[in-house]
Design a protein around this ligand. Structure first.
Ligand SMILES: C[S@@+](CC[C@H](N)C(=O)[O-])C[C@H]1O[C@@H](n2cnc3c(N)ncnc32)[C@H](O)[C@@H]1O
Length: 219
């Protein structure tokens, strides 16, 4: 089977996509009628837990810091920064926090992010920029990275640029909402995988995908 070729991929998939968790998502999908958004929410079940597991998987195996592109109000930044602290690393948080209801960024979103991440602010390097800006790209490229969570602007150009910006990441790059809005996000991930030589790991009941590392873990 294509998805079962390497030890690293095996370990990662076994860790993230347990039969129990996937069954829960499948059940949610079957029990919720199409009127509720074609079972869309099944895709989100367990996502945040998987992102944290993936980050820790990388911290255990690869040098470098954690980064999140698109932080919103900090629901992921906070636990990721907690993990970074536990492993003696830094957490890079990139988001322009420009007020724009179209991307669900409201007047108080940045303050909420600050409040939510206050307990771990000492390990966070904040980059209040669009991740496609020259400054943000140069900054991210200058940092050694173990894991990146890409969840910023959801269109082809932005997502593709983000994947390439962090393609030097030693470990895994997580990509959110790859099935939305169709088919842009999936195409961006696919093209990034093709150009960087990374392999995509994805499970049908999940909203996010992963670009596996190219480098072997340090032993
Ligand atoms: C879906 S939310 C992120 C959710 C967050 N990762 C979480 O788990 O709670 C998308 C975020 O992307 C940010 N964003 C919008 N345009 C961006 C850009 N050009 N570069 C980086 N982030 C951007 C928005 O401000 C918003 O906070």
């Amino acid at each position: 089977m294509v998805y079962r070729e390497t030890k690293l991929r095996d370990e990662f998939m076994d860790l993230l996509f347990s039969e129990e968790d996937m069954e829960a998502a499948r059940r949610w999908f079957l029990n919720n009628p199409a009127s509720e958004g074609p079972g869309l929410h099944a895709y989100y079940i367990g996502r945040n837990k998987r992102i944290l597991k993936a980050a820790e998987f990388c911290l255990e195996r690869y040098p470098g810091d954690l980064a999140e592109i698109g932080c919103y109000s900090g629901a992921s930044t906070r636990p990721l920064a907690g993990l970074a602290e536990e492993y003696g690393r830094r957490m890079i948080a990139v988001d322009p926090w420009i007020v724009d209801p179209k991307v669900h960024c409201h007047e108080d979103t940045y303050e909420k992010w600050q409040l939510n991440t206050k307990p771990v602010a000492h390990v966070i390097d904040e980059v209040r920029q669009k991740s496609q800006s020259e400054e943000a790209i140069a900054y991210l490229k200058s940092r050694q990275l173990a894991f990146v969570y890409v969840d910023g602007l959801h269109n082809y150009e932005a997502a593709y640029t983000d994947y390439l910006t962090v393609s030097h990441c030693n470990g895994i790059i997580a990509a959110d909402d790859i099935n939305w809005p169709r088919p842009d996000m999936w195409r961006a991930l696919w093209d990034a995988a093709r150009i960087t030589g990374r392999e995509i790991v994805w499970y049908p009941n999940c909203v996010e995908g992963y670009l596996l590392p190219i480098k072997s873990p340090e032993t």
